[in-house]
Ligand binder design. Structure first.
Ligand code: ARG
Ligand code: ZN
Length: 891
């Protein structure tokens, strides 16, 4: 790979490593202000490389000395510059012993070895290991690790690393040590240590094979009452991977550790997963239903990485989606299977597609658009994106849609059979899927190489006399940075037909496969493989003009362009046997009117909502045969961002006003129904986060939020009562959110009292205080001045990523009208925080910088103001992380 002296790293420049590592023996003398690291590595020349130089990466290290095969190297015997240590013409077999000093307590980047609340943690993915010692820090160098940790026993009673504990004991002067051995080969990014005052919940668990393993969840002392759900989730994950993929836990011991300062969600270090506290800690008092579900899915995600990521890893970081897309797909399927209610799998599918549309579609349409397998990067940490993760998961899902569940499983089996213990590429995965199913998937490769969201346009023609229906499907993909022209994608397009009464019709054609085994499809669903720019299929024996249910279960990550009338959409919403498309029909109906209303706001025209929409919503609400979780999703309006995505020129204030009008209208027109829903849904006590109850709560709390839209004191009182009486965070938070976001004077006064109470009640629970900040940051009432006041609150700090995200990201990413205030105050607040964060934690600053990736799609006055702010930021000295984002936005 390339040295970090070059600004841009290219995929096409990949070269195999010159030396491979056999074993790594690390010793840490842990001390917060100065930790001594001794790394003994056995390197062996790689026959696939022409170079005989050893290339080691290092960052922020003080080099004490190097021994090569036992002999101390003089300063002239190696070159050290720009984070690269090079030893030219090294022997075939080289034993290196390198001693470095590092300063964990000055490390605010939360990469490498750092401190959080006095305890030691590491984060090495993607390139954090080089902040620990000089090393061939690239994923295609895999080795067996032995780790010895030494530290003061009182201050750091617990010493953890990957694999198995093989030795521990006392040392002089109040110190102690522990020695860990990981039996599996791994790349350096999966290395981890933890040291400090921690306690654990532990359990012996029996695998399907009968083998017993030790499971542990480690937290700070006060949090031992919040680990049960993570432990349950871990056990369910282990079972699910055995059952669905025949994959067994390969270690005797599996640990999860929670840390309060963490850049991302969690990390799959071999046998020692490190998690943001947000994805571990839960009890009814502090966690919402959504928190519980997120914990289960992240615990699953990291556990599933043990096979998809660790046993088989990535050759280079351009292949990141090989492990992330696949593992997200696996965690999505795990969560879907776990729900277990009537429409459970569809509910999960809807939530995942919503995330994709809300976050990934905008990314794919903006300055940071990149292929699932990028061609270049400046800073790899900027490529842990929704495209790599969520679009990557959609790409994996399409294999399953095309090959069926069994075919997909065959592909997975072949993938492990071929590549266990290797570092491989996305093409290797594709080849395993193709070969296992004897299919030609060459064209599928375009999903990896081309950025941008494809558009599929559908036109239909019904011929009554011939009783035939023709569907013309044409695809296109807009240009993205560095990719002007696109080749057609292989698109699995699932659809079905409904008659005028909403009954399924039979699909007859030679051109389509009617798949009985199509995963998650109701009977009568047909699958077409689109391969060309445009193709027409003809269906015969169609007795009446049907209503088409297109792109069932969202069979491909595309934007469907198909005009259907309000009546047709309403029919689909009430009758489509595909639950995903039922939901989507409602969304398309609402979105159409939201766009029309936005236009009306801009042109100062009268605002009105047609009765088709109100009635469609009324019947969803009245239909108690539906899964409440599904009803809640169907009755939630498309977000402001989704409206913006459909506009040529984005007008944030008009969008917010239009959406608010629609909420108010639905609140008034359906007030009796909302009230009835609110009052009649009964949820068994005591609180349990299981999906059946959570679904009921989400519908009940949606009803509450609609009721708050009218400025009615009696109704407001419902929320206050719910807040006061709640025995769980879901209901408490929902009531408080409804009050703070209702945006009228009555609710405001009531909200203030509850907000004060909330802070006092939960001041010792960091994750709840994050909620308190986020709630105010996203309130449509609050603008930049209120944000500044909140940032001055003693509990606020930019140093903790969760806290920074709650307030600053909450405002800049989820408070559209206020962030894009025409006076530019929101942009100024954004810029100040980016610059301040960039000195503390470049990764987080770079994330925040993405808030304006689509700035040039906003209305002219905002665009001008945004550009000025961006230029101001660009004129400062920036980290590589933030510099890459800001410059790409401005390019
Ligand atoms: N591999 C981790 C996960 O998705 C993400 C870690 C990324 N960390 C980072 N600093 N880029 O589970
Ligand atoms: Zn992951």
């Amino acid at each position: 790979m390339t040295s970090r002296t070059q600004k841009t790293v290219y995929r096409k420049n990949y070269t195999p490593p010159s030396f491979l590592a056999n074993t790594v023996d690390l010793t840490f003398d842990l001390d917060p202000s100065q930790t001594r690291v001794t790394a003994k590595t056995e390197l062996i020349h790689n026959p696939q490389s022409k170079s005989t130089d050893i290339v080691l990466y290092g960052e922020d290290l003080e080099l004490v000395g190097i021994l090569l095969n036992g002999r101390k190297l003089a300063a002239g015997e190696y070159a050290l510059e720009n984070g690269l240590l090079r030893i030219t013409k090294a022997p075939e077999v080289t034993r290196l012993e390198i001693e470095t000093l590092i300063c964990p307590d000055k490390n605010t980047t939360l990469m490498g070895l750092y401190l959080s609340n006095g305890n030691f943690f590491t984060q090495c993915e993607a390139e954090g290991f080089r902040k620990i010692t000089y090393f061939p820090d690239r994923p295609d160098v895999m080795a067996k690790y032995t780790v010895t940790l030494k530290a003061n026993k009182k201050q750091f009673p617990v010493l953890l690393s990957n694999g198995n504990l093989v030795e521990e004991g006392a040392l002089p002067r109040g110190r102690h040590y522990a020695k860990w051995e990981d039996p599996f080969n791994k790349p350096s990014y999966l290395f981890a240590i933890v040291a400090g005052k921690l306690v654990c919940q532990e359990e012996t668990f029996t695998l399907a094979s009968g083998r017993k393993v030790l499971l542990q969840v480690w937290v700070e002392k006060g949090n031992l009452d919040k680990t049960a759900h993570a432990m349950e989730s871990l056990k369910h994950s282990i079972r699910w991977d055995e059952e669905r993929y025949g994959l067994e836990l390969d270690l005797d011991r599996f640990m999860i550790v929670a840390v309060g300062d963490f850049n991302m969600g969690a990390m799959e270090n071999k046998g020692l997963n490190i998690f943001n506290t947000r994805y571990v800690l839960a009890n009814p008092r502090i966690a919402t239903d959504v928190d519980y579900a997120n914990i289960e899915s992240v615990v699953g995600h990291e556990y599933f990485h043990n096979w998809t990521g660790n046993r088989v890893t990535c050759r280079d970081w351009f292949q990141l989606s090989l492990k992330e897309g696949l593992t997200v797909f696996r965690d999505q399927e795990f969560s879907a299977d776990r729900i277990g209610t009537k429409d459970g799998r569809a509910v999960k599918r809807i939530e995942d597609v919503r995330t994709l549309r809300q976050h990934q579609f905008p990314e794919d349409a903006g300055a940071m658009a990149h292929p699932v397998r990028p061609d270049s990067y400046e800073e790899i940490n900027n490529f842990y994106t929704v495209t790599i993760y969520e679009k990557g998961a959609e790409v994996v899902r399409m294999y399953q849609t095309l090959l069926g569940r069994e075919g997909f499983r065959k592909g997975m089996d072949l993938y492990f059979q071929r590549h266990d213990g290797q570092a491989v590429t996305c093409s290797d995965f594709l080849a395993a899927m193709a070969d296992a199913n004897k299919q030609d998937l060459t064209q599928f490769e375009n999903w990896y190489s081309q950025a941008g969201t494809p558009r599929v346009k559908l036109r239909t023609r019904y011929n009554k006399k011939a009783q035939s229906l023709s569907l013309t499907l044409s695809q296109s993909c807009p240009p993205t940075p560095e990719q002007a022209k696109k080749r057609p994608f292989l698109i699995p397009f699932a659809f079905g037909l409904l008659d005028a009464k909403g009954k399924s019709m039979v699909v007859n054609s030679h051109d389509v496969t009617v798949r009985k085994k199509l995963a998650d499809a109701p009977s009568g669903t047909a699958l077409v493989q689109l391969t060309r720019k445009s193709q027409t299929i003809t269906l015969t024996g169609v007795p009446e003009k049907p209503v088409i249910s297109a792109l069932r279960n969202f069979s491909a990550p595309v934007i469907l362009e198909y005009d259907q009338s309000d009546e047709e959409l309403a029919l689909l919403l009430s009758a489509d046997p595909d639950a995903f498309n039922r939901w989507d029909a409602g969304q398309r109906l609402a979105l159409r009117h939201l766009l029309r209303l936005t236009h009306a706001v801009q042109h100062k025209e009268a605002l009105e909502l047609p009765s088709t929409l109100v009635e469609a919503y009324r019947s969803v609400l009245a239909n108690d045969s539906l899964d409440p979780a599904f009803q809640a999703l169907a009755l939630t309006l498309p977000s402001e961002i989704m409206i913006a995505e459909e506009m040529k020129e984005i007008d944030p204030q008009a969008i917010v006003q239009a959406r608010h009008f629609m909420l108010q209208t639905l609140s008034h027109s359906l007030q009796d129904e909302w009230l009835k829903t609110y009052q009649t849904i009964r949820i068994p006590a005591p609180y349990s986060p299981e999906p059946d109850n959570a679904g009921k709560r989400s519908l009940r709390n949606l009803a509450l939020s609609y009721l708050m839209e009218g400025d009615d004191k009696k109704l407001m009182q419902l929320a206050v009562t719910q807040y006061d009486n709640a025995d769980n965070m879901t209901d408490r938070m929902a009531a408080l959110t409804a009050l703070t976001h209702a945006g009228n004077l009555t609710s405001k006064k009531m909200a203030e009292r509850c907000l004060r109470h909330f802070y006092r009640e939960f001041r010792l629970e960091a994750l709840v205080i994050d909620k308190w900040f986020a709630l105010q940051a996203t309130s449509p009432e609050n603008g930049a001045p209120e944000m500044r006041k909140l940032a001055d609150h003693p509990a606020f700090t930019l140093k903790n990523p969760n806290r920074a995200r709650s307030l600053v990201f909450g405002f800049c990413m989820n408070n559209m009208a206020q962030f894009h205030a025409t006076d530019g105050s929101g942009y100024d607040f954004w810029a100040e925080n980016i610059l301040e964060l960039d000195r503390i934690n470049p990764q987080i600053a770079a994330r925040l910088s993405r808030a304006l990736t689509q700035y040039n799609r906003f209305k002219p006055e905002l665009k001008k103001r945004a550009r000025k702010t961006l230029k101001h930021i660009a004129s400062r000295k920036l980290s590589r992380d933030t510099g890459e984002i800001i410059n790409k936005i401005l390019a």
